[in-house]
Write a protein that binds this ligand. Structure first.
Ligand code: SF4
Ligand code: SF4
Length: 174
């Protein structure tokens, strides 16, 4: 019976290598050699790469709903954003506006975005005829939390301000 060919990577261990202990110390020496070197890892998202400081103008962060000069939600519940969303992560329920709102007929009773499903394509922003939804908050998706924490409702989306940092502070306060 023919002996199988040896792999090109087969390495016969020497007696010294078969002792293992010297090899363990060689491994430890490699570890110790790297300890004083500059770290290449970052505690993202608390730490951000230098190339993202400051974040590019067109950086897509978490969504926000905008308000008109009277402080009312700009959204007119037209469903254009939800229709354009390829991830189907926008849920809107419309309701009639109060009688004194003479400039529009509908507003969102429910406006939810499931940020776990969102692919940050920005189509919702592009589709909105009222400039009522934007992704200029600078906030990234939380990396942990309960599933329901990732579903942002209308009030939370309205509370977001443009260009906030990761802790929810406004960039201008830096
Ligand atoms: S960014 Fe894209 S995936 Fe996310 S809500 Fe908007 S349209 Fe949907
Ligand atoms: S955010 Fe814009 S596109 Fe979406 S429902 Fe409101 S007005 Fe329409």
């Amino acid at each position: 019976m023919d002996t199988p060919p040896k792999s090109a990577h087969t390495h016969e261990m020497t007696w010294w290598e078969r002792m293992y202990v010297p090899e363990v110390f060689k491994g430890l020496a490699t570890t110790l050699k790297h300890i004083p070197q500059k770290k290449k890892t970052l505690q993202y998202p608390e730490e951000r790469p230098e190339r993202l400081r400051p974040e590019p103008e067109r950086y897509r962060g978490m969504h926000r709903l905008t308000k008109d000069p009277d402080g009312r939600v700009k959204c007119v519940a037209c469903f254009m954003c939800a229709t354009a969303c390829p991830a189907e992560c926008i849920n809107i329920v419309a309701q009639p506006t109060p009688d004194e709102w003479t400039d529009r007929e509908k507003m969102p009773a429910v406006f939810e975005i499931n940020e776990l499903r969102c692919i940050f394509c920005g189509y919702c922003v592009e589709a909105c005829p009222e400039d009522a939804i934007r992704m200029d908050t600078n906030i990234t998706v939380p990396v942990f939390g309960r599933r329901e924490d990732f579903i942002f409702d209308r009030d939370r989306l309205l509370s977001h301000e443009p260009r906030m940092d990761l802790n929810g502070e406004y960039m201008s306060r830096r």
